[in-house]
Design a protein around this ligand. Structure first.
Ligand code: SF4
Ligand code: SF4
Length: 104
């Protein structure tokens, strides 16, 4: 989704994945096309719907907890590829999990 920059809060200019705690990797990520996500990271519901598995800490199972980098970057789901840094959704997730000091 493209959000006009004029609708974003002024703090969006300081937004970067490098000063984030992989906040968007706490969202439910539906797998809607085959990008090669390894089976052990896929959670299936009773209807066959597939999402990225999340661990008890809330983050996606494919996230490296130390580096906060995606361990399956080349095979990440389509939704992860489309999620835009500094978009409304990105800022919303950051607001939930990052302190104002880090957020800038
Ligand atoms: S896209 Fe946004 S929420 Fe996701 S890691 Fe980057 S800055 Fe954080
Ligand atoms: S697949 Fe990678 S980019 Fe997508 S939510 Fe999981 S760790 Fe984040």
């Amino acid at each position: 989704m493209n959000i006009p920059i004029t609708t974003l809060p002024t703090s969006s200019s300081n937004v970067s994945c490098s000063n984030c705690k992989a906040c968007c990797c706490r969202l439910e990520v539906m797998i809607i096309s085959d990008t090669g996500v390894p089976e052990h990271f896929i959670k299936r519901d009773e209807y066959g719907g597939e999402t990225m598995m999340r661990l008890n800490d809330g983050w996606c199972a494919a996230l490296d907890r130390d580096s906060l980098m995606c361990t399956i970057y080349e095979n990440r789901p389509w939704i992860c590829r489309e999620f835009e840094m500094a978009s409304y959704e990105c800022l919303d997730e950051r607001d939930k999990y990052i302190s104002p000091v880090i957020k800038g």
